[in-house]
Ligand binder design. Structure first.
Ligand code: SF4
Ligand code: SF4
Length: 292
């Protein structure tokens, strides 16, 4: 739990509030309409006692319990959390206590599986951000975490000695420039690729040939990925027939990023049990045409 807290609350300068409220529009981002959001977080902090005296159920758009946690308006989070009320959980006043208490994003789960050194590297990428930019899913760290632990470990291993991971010194503009350079080096992962489609095949290539190889051969890789998806869609051993017993794809014994490729790429949301070997062999065969 300690590690999880560090992605949600990395330091005294910022926090993440992306998952509030848990019933919000999944496309909504903390950077949308930032001035209005700042005003709301300020008002909610100021009006907390009045709201507690007359609580109401929240809507998907906003929660009256979400506010700035400090007078300097640095961290934003839940004003109703038990840690702020001597153990009393006031989130039930919003009508969604269960959802609030169990909200845990995939990024936080991935982050908690990293070593302390790797976590430190990740958080160094967010130096200088405020809570709005930190919480946003356009934050490069959140984008990298979406690629899952194995890909992140490769990236960190390749950059562990980067200057920006060291403590900030007087020349912090240099540090920020180095973070920008790092982000530009890896932004192809979200500008050209999609972790849901590419998480598995791109990882196999990165593990065998490195991420520079993937970046240098990006157009060919994208063609390969599209061909692979098309083949999977047409594979008659995988596609449904009326007399085939099928199970949800996420229940197969395959990595999460492969089940995402099958679902979001090939539109295979259900598959025959025991088809793992066939799928993996198919991908291996395709990769041999790409890897020298
Ligand atoms: S979105 Fe994730 S990182 Fe942000 S507060 Fe929620 S669980 Fe923590
Ligand atoms: S009650 Fe707290 S945790 Fe739940 S949505 Fe509101 S601010 Fe977020």
């Amino acid at each position: 739990m300690l590690n999880l807290a560090s992605l949600c609350f990395p330091d005294q300068e910022k926090s993440c509030f992306y998952c509030c409220p848990p019933i919000r529009d999944p496309e909504a981002d903390p950077l949308d309409n930032i001035a209005e959001k700042r005003r709301l977080l300020r008002t909610n902090r100021k009006e907390l006692q009045n709201n507690l005296a007359d609580p109401h159920e929240i809507s998907g758009n906003e929660c009256w319990g979400l506010g700035f946690l400090d007078d300097q308006e640095k961290q934003a989070g839940c004003l109703l959390h038990p840690l702020r009320h001597q153990g009393r959980d006031l989130r039930n006043l919003t009508g969604y206590q269960f959802k609030c208490a169990h909200a845990l994003c995939r990024e936080a789960q991935v982050f908690t599986d990293l070593s302390q050194t790797e976590q430190k590297f990740c958080l160094a990428l967010c130096r200088g951000m405020d809570s709005f930019h930190y919480s946003s899913r356009t934050n490069p760290l959140m984008r990298l975490l979406a690629w899952e632990k194995e890909m992140l470990k490769i990236i960190i291993r390749d950059n562990l000695e980067s200057e920006f991971t060291k403590q900030p010194n007087n020349n912090s503009s240099n540090q920020l420039q180095r973070i920008t350079n790092f982000t530009e080096k890896y932004e192809f992962l979200w500008k050209k690729l999609d972790f849901r489609l590419d998480g598995f095949p791109a990882l196999l290539i990165a593990e065998r040939k490195g991420l520079n190889f993937l970046r240098d051969n990006l157009d060919d890789y994208i063609q390969l990925r599209d061909d692979l998806i098309s083949d999977l869609k047409q594979n008659s051993n995988l596609t449904a027939t009326s007399d085939t017993h099928l199970i949800p794809t996420h229940k197969l014994k395959i990595p999460l990023n492969l089940s995402r490729l099958l679902k979001f790429g090939a539109d295979l949301w259900e598959l025959p049990p025991g088809c793992e070997r066939e799928v993996l062999q198919h991908i291996e065969n395709k990769l041999t045409t790409f890897l020298p």
